[in-house]
Design a protein around this ligand. Structure first.
Ligand code: GFP
Length: 825
């Protein structure tokens, strides 16, 4: 590769005229159409490509700067990315919106109309996937050389619709209109093996080096999307792999004799690997497909990382100095064994040296406290699908357990507890153990979770290797979740602070603190919130047909449906409000809109039933003239990043009510507080750190802390006792049981009632009274408008810490040890 090849030339101009010329040219030459006959998708594509080309220009300069500097790169491996819509982001990051508006107006189209075709890539499930996207945004913004690797699922997370209130999942064909933001890179395809058998390697008789002869081979084809930094020239990439059949897979002979379906069997099987996000793992084939996906991701990505390393370096001794790989949860942890296999088997590096390189290369982020969320794979399945990797796992485990026995002589329980292999009827591989053993650093995502990880889930490891454990509290990008989602508030903030510097230095929001005491500023703050609520009301009406009052308290619970997050507790509160109004319809009440948003995993029946109940409660409340005067319950379907950007700026109250000790961090809590919503929450995850910063006076705290919850469980928790002791709670549960939300059918929601009274795994009933009382305190505060506004401003002012820029800086300094590389304009 010559130097000249790495001297990029500018290809796009940076004036309004250039932009307009490029638009027309792209419409003609990319879409092959004219202004007169262009359709909506034509318009969107043309605009997207024109904006994208400005980023390509920066990307070329970034690549050149990286090539010259040969820096240490961060490689982020994640099964999920929830990137959100791209068009607005890239208009903002290229500062071209100011041109697009007048041009579009001239042509008689609106940006909003074109945006309909900007379908968000739903390549993730929840917090972990959105965190990955926020970190990539901050990495680029901080000029850190980085690449994100993931899977280009053909169908992203399902589209949620409601039929008779029930969640119905539909495929998300997110590339239906094409994806103008990605570039295929077929030359960088990789071959990935599965199944087969291993043999001794004649080059290493009796040694640890072996040969794997796979029984099936699949092609991984990458496409990359550009990840621009804000206020800088850096554009990094995210590389997503798509599974393709290897070339020989089409069976021409079979096709020739009319066996059309059989002829494409292998093609279908190969392409299934990147078909959907998290295939249902309740069946054996489903589990196998998930594991195949995981290996596919790491096998393609590691080969690509090695290819990139070798473009700039030779030998292996510098590998771990130039490459740092972050494992986002356990899904990509097979990378540890794959790198060992590549080094030992394919490149002839000795085992000890390979292990040293591997361990220095990897770090692992753990996003959970739920033991059931830590993946394990049956040994039997691994032996069949990845026979060589299973051998490598045994070898890693063997050397590791020697170390454990040396550290704890005579202790026979310790090796059993710490082993990568979990013994039992079905022997399983504990991916989290493999991750910790194969990494330099292990981190939790909020202080409490990191502490609890070290005390419980990963306790033995934290004792053996305390230096490996770190906390890096999550953060969110203020660009997407404040500037883009809430332009009105952003303008007000910029006006108050003097400039937009806060967008890349979020602690500067502290400067708003003094304005909290200025009545004019408070009025302006309220006006923004009121306008945002007006927009939300219109959107909710379009989506659900329900009218909501923009002046009512907007109480939002937006997150995946999971028992530990306790949507059931929120619902009990809603039913309690309902019962109070019914008991005394003449009293005055604080008008409230309760908005739910979130999906339940397709196989999670308990949560699907809760969704149905939420919709049923909404149906009753919204159509009862007495209730609807004070209360509305809305549940717009298909909550995603796009919808989050709409709801968050309009929220007054943020529900963060998980059972303490269960939510690792949360990031919705940060986004909402940053937009001036007040939190009602437990001492869980990052709520604790939010409360520490915004001040106890500006946070509605209730319920048990993690210690109290653990104590209660240990002492024998009986939900029924709480039910019997509390009149309002009993009434709320009985209202469900009476069939009031199912036209009198007492059986319809019996399983929900049964779960509450007899199991209540996450102790919602134990926290009910504290929660409902705390909601009364919320209403008192709401009635004092000036005080509420002050609290709201202080929440925003004091949440600067929760920028993902801070998160990334901490990773860079403490874990990745990487430096920025500046890209010249
Ligand atoms: C997980 C945890 C959250 C945490 C995110 C990001 O979210 O508490 O905030 O990861 O670290 F549960 P999910 O992917 O499970 O939604």
């Amino acid at each position: 590769m010559t130097e000249a090849r790495h001297r990029p030339r500018r290809t796009v101009g940076d004036s309004l005229e250039d932009f307009e010329r490029d638009l027309i040219s792209n419409l003609y030459y990319q879409r092959g159409t004219t202004i007169e006959s262009a359709s909506g998708p034509d318009g969107y594509h043309t605009l997207a490509v024109t904006v994208r080309d400005r980023l390509v220009d920066r990307y070329a300069r970034t690549a050149a700067a990286h090539y010259a500097a040969n820096p240490r790169f961060v490689y982020y491996l994640s099964a999920e990315y929830l990137l959100g819509r791209q068009l607005r982001q890239n208009l903002l990051y290229t500062d071209t919106e100011r041109w697009v508006r007048p041009i579009a107006e001239d042509l008689g189209v609106s940006l909003e109309a074109l945006e309909v075709y900007d379908v968000e890539p739903g390549l993730g499930n929840g917090g972990l996937g959105r965190l990955a996207a926020c970190l990539l945004d901050s990495l680029a913004t901080l000029d850190i050389p980085a690449v994100g690797y993931g899977i280009r699922y053909e169908f992203g997370i399902f589209k949620q619709t409601f039929r008779d209130g029930r969640q119905v999942e539909r495929p998300d064909d997110w590339t239906f209109y094409g994806n103008p933001w990605e570039f295929p890179a077929p030359d960088d395809r990789q071959l990935v093996g599965f199944y087969g058998a291993t043999q001794p390697d004649p080059r290493d008789p009796g040694g640890l080096r072996r040969v794997w002869v796979p029984g099936e081979t699949v092609r991984g084809e990458p496409r990359h999307m550009l990840v621009p930094g804000y206020g800088t020239q850096t554009v990094n990439i995210i590389r997503l792999w798509q599974a393709r059949a290897s070339r020989e897979s089409f069976d021409l002979a079979r096709f020739g004799v009319g066996q059309y379906v059989e002829a494409v069997d292998d093609i279908v099987r190969a392409e299934n690997i990147s078909k959907v996000l998290y295939p249902d793992d309740s069946t054996e084939p489903g589990r196998e497909l998930r594991l195949k996906q995981q290996y596919f991701l790491v096998a393609c990505s590691l080969r690509d990382i090695i290819r990139r390393y070798r473009l700039r370096n030779s030998g292996w001794e510098h590998f771990a100095d130039k490459v740092v790989i972050q494992l986002n949860d356990t899904h990509p942890v097979m990378a540890v064994t794959e790198l060992m296999r590549l080094l030992v088997d394919e490149h002839g590096v000795g085992w000890d040296e390979a292990w040293d390189i591997t361990r220095r290369t990897f770090n692992y982020t753990c996003h959970t406290l739920l033991p059931e969320a830590l993946e394990t794979w049956p040994v039997r399945l691994l032996e069949r699908l990845l026979p060589r990797h299973m051998e490598i796992i045994y070898a890693i485990n063997h050397f590791f357990l020697e170390e454990v026995r040396a550290a704890y002589p005579g202790d026979t329980d310790m090796p059993r507890r710490m082993s990568i292999i979990q013994e039992g009827d079905e022997r399983r591989v504990r991916m989290a153990h493999l991750a910790v053993i194969g990494s330099t650093a292990v981190n939790g995502v909020a202080e409490l979770q990191t502490k609890l990880l070290a005390e419980t889930t990963l306790h033995d490891f934290a004792v053996l290797w305390p230096e490996r454990f770190h906390n890096v509290t999550n953060g969110v990008t203020p660009r997407r979740f404040l500037r883009m989602a809430n332009p009105r508030l952003s303008e007000l903030i910029t006006g108050a602070l003097g400039d937009e510097g806060w967008l890349t230095d979020l602690e500067r929001l502290h400067g708003l603190g003094t304005h909290a005491d200025d009545p004019d500023f408070r009025a302006a703050w309220r006006a923004v919130k009121r306008q945002n609520k007006g927009d939300l009301a219109a959107a909710v009406e379009r989506a659900t047909g329900v009218l909501i009052d923009p002046d009512a308290l907007a109480d939002v619970m937006i997150k995946r449906f999971h028992e530990y997050k306790r949507q059931q507790l929120k619902l009990l509160h809603v039913i309690t409000m309902m019962n109070r109004i019914r008991a005394d319809p003449q009293a005055t009440y604080v008008p409230r809109t309760v908005l739910f948003g979130g999906k339940a995993a397709p196989g999670y029946l308990a949560m699907k039933q809760l969704i149905e109940l939420v919709n049923a409660v909404a149906g009753v409340v919204n159509t009862d003239p007495v209730l609807a005067r004070h209360l509305r319950v809305v549940f717009p379907p298909d909550y995603n990043v796009t919808k989050a950007q709409f709801v968050i700026p309009a929220a007054d109250l943020s529900e963060q009510i998980s059972l303490a000790g269960k939510e690792a961090s949360g990031t919705g809590n940060m986004k909402l507080a940053l937009n001036g919503a007040l939190t009602i929450g437990t001492l869980d995850g990052a709520n604790i750190e939010i409360r520490d910063r915004v001040g106890a006076d500006n946070f509605f705290l209730f319920g048990m802390d993690a210690q109290a919850a653990a104590d209660l469980r240990r002492s024998g928790y009986s939900p029924r006792a709480y039910y019997e002791a509390d009149f309002e709670l009993r009434l709320a549960v009985d209202t469900i049981a009476s069939g009031a939300f199912a036209k009198g059918d007492r059986d319809a929601f019996a399983p929900v009632v049964d779960a509450m009274l007899h199991r209540d795994e996450y102790m919602a009933l134990a926290d009910y009274r504290a929660y409902v009382d705390c909601q009364d305190t919320v209403e008192q505060a709401w009635l004092d408008t000036e005080r509420w506004t002050r609290m709201s401003i202080l929440n925003t002012a004091r949440c600067g810490f929760f920028s993902s820029d801070r998160t990334v800086r901490e990773y860079c300094e403490r874990i990745w040890k990487v430096d920025p590389v500046r890209v010249n304009p």
